[in-house]
Design a protein around this ligand. Structure first.
Ligand code: AMP
Length: 307
């Protein structure tokens, strides 16, 4: 099954209670493509970078069978730059800097070799660009999953609402769900957001796991209790990559399969936070991933005798 991933490719500068980085490679499409590459091949990326982007990272993507044919290089411009600082609980962060640079006027090009893809993952990016990608695909994918963030709700809400009408699954965090719906209760928020377009809604709650909503159904997946969370950047994107990657590899878009996909997404995210940036996602083995998934199964499995 083929997968197209759209999203930012970036330089990030991060501050956590454990340390600070200068510019390191990040971006939604970076994390999503690395994560999904453990499930499906090839992963076809649509993005844009400046002439300053890290060529070693592009080489790493190729090694992992990630196609960058749809990644435009604007030689004389700068790559997207984002800087964030995490608070002590590591669950919340503040954005310090967002420099759109090449993302400011990004006009996505879909290579012919990407056409006919069955699965589309719209990673965090201007909602208008996400919509353009949907419109430029000649065949409607079986499943369109979208991620977004408060930044776009603040500056491009109308475009975001238009894009939402076209997607099947939306993946956002609890704070974003509250902002988008105006509801504090996540159950009420889910109802309102699903009425905006997506039939399925994933609400990520950081170290408190994730909820999957569809009609009146709801499923909860925990996050793995880890001794040390080093850097949560990209956890949401890595989660999304594992989720769509698992669905594409099984070619099953039922609610039951989405439950499994959420566990795979959570397992991939648990690796991501163990090191700074993309470091931990570069070289995982199938066995490590399966063992992690088993840890999730053990975490929530119990026997009971109803009284
Ligand atoms: P996550 O921690 O999963 O929410 O994603 C973090 C990644 O999102 C970082 O690597 C950033 O480069 C990227 N990012 C931050 N802000 C934006 C934005 N406004 N648009 C697109 N990508 C962004």
């Amino acid at each position: 099954m083929s997968l197209v991933v759209v999203g930012s490719m970036a330089f990030d500068a991060l501050e956590t209670p454990f340390g600070k980085t200068d510019k390191i490679v990040g971006g939604a499409a970076t994390y999503i493509s690395l994560s999904s590459s453990y499930f499906v091949k090839p992963v076809n990326v649509v993005s844009v970078v400046g002439g300053d982007f890290d060529q070693d990272h592009i080489a790493l993507m190729h090694e992992r069978n990630i196609s960058t044919e749809g990644v435009q290089v604007k030689e004389n411009e700068k790559s997207f730059f984002w800087s964030g600082r995490y608070f002590n609980d590591m669950n919340s962060r503040e954005t310090l800097v967002t420099e759109l640079n090449v993302l400011g006027d990004f006009d996505p090009i879909i290579p012919d070799s990407y056409q006919g893809c069955e699965y589309l993952m719209l990673g965090n990016l201007a909602p208008q660009v996400q919509k353009t990608v949907i419109e430029r695909l000649t065949q409607k994918p079986k499943l369109i999953v979208m991620d977004t963030m408060n930044f776009w709700m603040d500056i491009a809400l109308n475009e975001l609402m238009e894009t939402l009408k076209l997607v099947d699954v939306l993946s956002i965090n609890d704070e974003e769900a509250r902002q988008l719906s105006g509801e504090y209760s996540l159950v009420k928020a889910a109802k309102k957001i699903m009425a905006m377009g997506p039939k399925f809604l994933i609400i990520k709650k950081g170290e408190h796991g994730a909820l999957l909503f569809n009609e009146d159904k709801v499923f909860f997946a925990p996050a793995l209790p880890l001794e040390e969370v080093f850097d949560p950047t990209g956890a949401g994107d890595t989660f999304a990559g594992g989720f769509i990657g698992y669905i594409a590899s099984t070619d099953d878009i039922s609610f039951e399969n989405m439950k499994r996909a959420i566990i795979y997404g959570s397992a991939m995210a648990s690796f991501c936070v163990e090191k700074f940036g993309t470091e931990r996602l570069k070289n995982l083995s199938k066995e490590e991933i399966e063992n992690r998934v088993q840890q999730f199964v053990n975490l929530v499995a119990f026997d009971t005798v109803l009284q």
